[in-house]
Each structure stands twice: as C-alpha cells, then as structure tokens.
Ligand binder design. Sequence first.
Ligand code: FAD
Length: 307
Amino acid sequence: PYDVLIVGGGPAASAAAIYAARKGIRTGMVTDRRGGQVLDTMSIENHVSVTYTEGPRLAEDLKAHVDQYGVDVYTPQLADALIPAGAPGELHEISTTSGGRLRAKAIILATGASWRLMGVPGENEYRNKGVSFCPHCDGPLFKGKRIAVVGGGNSGIEAAIDLAGVTAHVTVLEFMDELKADQVLIDKLHSLPNTTVITGARTTEVRGDGDKVTGLSYEDRASGEIRGLDVDGVFVQIGLMPNTAWLTDTVTLSDRGEIVIDERGHTNVPGVFAAGDCTTVPYKQIVIAYGAGSTAALAAFDHLIRS
Ligand code: FAD
C-alpha cells in the first residue's frame, strides 16, 4: 500500500506529489491525464517567477518535476470510488473504472474542475482566440478592446467589474430577466461608465473571422429576435463544475459540489485530504493550486507521523 495516494494530475496533484515524495514516503498518483486544465490553455502570464509560459509546456514541466521523485503514476486511469478506512489505522481504497484497486494510509483528492460551456457554435473553435473562461488569466490580453461577459451571477459580475478596469467596454449578457449576483456587485457594476447589461439574452453563437472572435449573436428571449454584438472577446462565466460527482457519498461537498476543506486541506474523513479547484478554496488559479497541494501533502505527512 501507499503512504499517500493522490487522485488527479494537474497543478495541485503535482505539487502534492512533489511534497509527499520529498518526505521519503511511498507516493502514488492516479490520474485521467497529466497536466489538468493547464493543457486546455496556451499563454500563461501569471505563473509567479515565469513571465510567460504555455499550457502544454507547463504540463511537461510538471510531469518532469514529479517524475524526478519516483512517484508511481497510474495514467490514464479514472478513479470511480473512494472507500474510506473502516477504522483508524486501516487503509483507504481508491477504485478505478478499469477495475484497479489501490490502497493507501492517506489520500489526497485533487481532481480539479471544468468550466461550464455554453455549447454554441464558435465557442470551441475560438477558444484561446477570444473565448476565455478566466478573467484573472486573460483580462490583460483585451486591453482597450470591447468584450462580452456571458453570465450574470456573482462570477460573471465580478469578472465584468474586473474587466471594465482593463478593457474599453464590457457588455454582460444574462439569460434570465435579471442579474443573479449580489446587489453590492450589481450596484458597483452600474456605477461603472463603460458597462452595459442585457438581460433575457440567450447566446446562440460566437462569431469570428476564422482567426479570432469578432462578435456574438444572441436571442432576445422576449421577442425571439436574434441580435448581434461586435466584440473582440467573450468571457464565459456560467459556472465551474468540480470533478467530484464520484465522491458524493463519501466526503462532505458544498452546495456547489466542492469538497469542503479546512485551512490544512483536511476533509471530513480522517486521512483524506483535498486540494485545488475541486475544493472550497477561494480563487481557482495555478499558483493557488500549488499552495493547496503542498499544504495537503504536508498535512497528510503530519497525519502519518501521528497515526
Ligand atoms: P486541474 O488542473 O483541473 O487538474 C485535475 C486533474 O485531475 C486532471 O488531470 C483530471 O484529468 C484529473 N481527474 C479528474 N477527475 C479524475 C478522476 N476521477 N480520476 C483520476 N483523475 C481525475 N490559471 C492560472 O493561474 N493562470 C492561467 O493563465 C490560467 N488559464 C486557464 C485557462 C483555461 C482555458 C482554463 C480552463 C483554466 C485556466 N487556469 C489558469 C486555471 C488553472 O488551470 C486551474 O486553476 C488549475 O489547473 C487547477 O489545478 P488543479 O490541479 O486543482 O485541477
């Protein structure tokens, strides 16, 4: 059995693996793919100390760093159940869809999250070419340009306020007849001169010239009329879905499906820790996932020396 078994292969899992293995304990990793969401992006400009890198390159760097430490990596493998230890001192078990079973004294869950997609034509085609899911990551790329934010919940309005400071103009499109964000955010948005809100709008298409985004189309739900909006960027903010559906019966999840952790990465199950975008950690970013993964590994090590 492993001392620590990590589920996931993105920034949080990689940091956890490095920190655990450097303690000289038996460390395993089970992951669907190595690199995580980093593989879905190109330019990364907020990886502290690295002024510019690209997703595939960072994924390779993470892999190389983890592989220095003799971590057993099972990939591509999808975990489908966590069977927590029956009693203190017993082992936890992870099963995989391929029928594998791995046991460990401590588990670190770092399965990340997926951005909810609109599912409209052009959205995938123009990903990284004007379609973005992350204002903190890509906002500065749209300096002085006109952009749209799709989604009028808290994350959409926070994004719109943030982007209004960087871009020339922000249009928020919300499907429902009113914004769903907290009133204080809505008031702040309305106080900004370069923002417009369109409610009752169903985005139907992201338009482009083959190279980059040039606008979007939406249906005005009241009249059924299709209208156009000329923008250089579309930020999709309609929800982040943690990859935790397989854990609903074993660890406590928040109402958004995030694994509830404390400041050391403990879940409600002793010996089971979690880190990164799959948890309640505020702000979903690469460097935050590193910190969280490292914290979870150190907390798991503490758990091992006490049990
Ligand atoms: P993830 O990166 O999501 O990794 C989770 C891993 O777990 C994946 O490898 C997945 O395959 C695996 N997994 C999931 N379920 C299972 C299972 N059941 N069994 C086995 N394995 C499983 N952040 C920045 O800081 N800067 C940026 O510029 C930036 N740009 C981004 C651009 C895009 C398009 C996207 C989508 C995100 C971006 N982010 C950026 C956010 C950043 O990528 C995430 O915050 C970060 O990757 C989270 O790391 P994580 O390890 O928690 O999860």
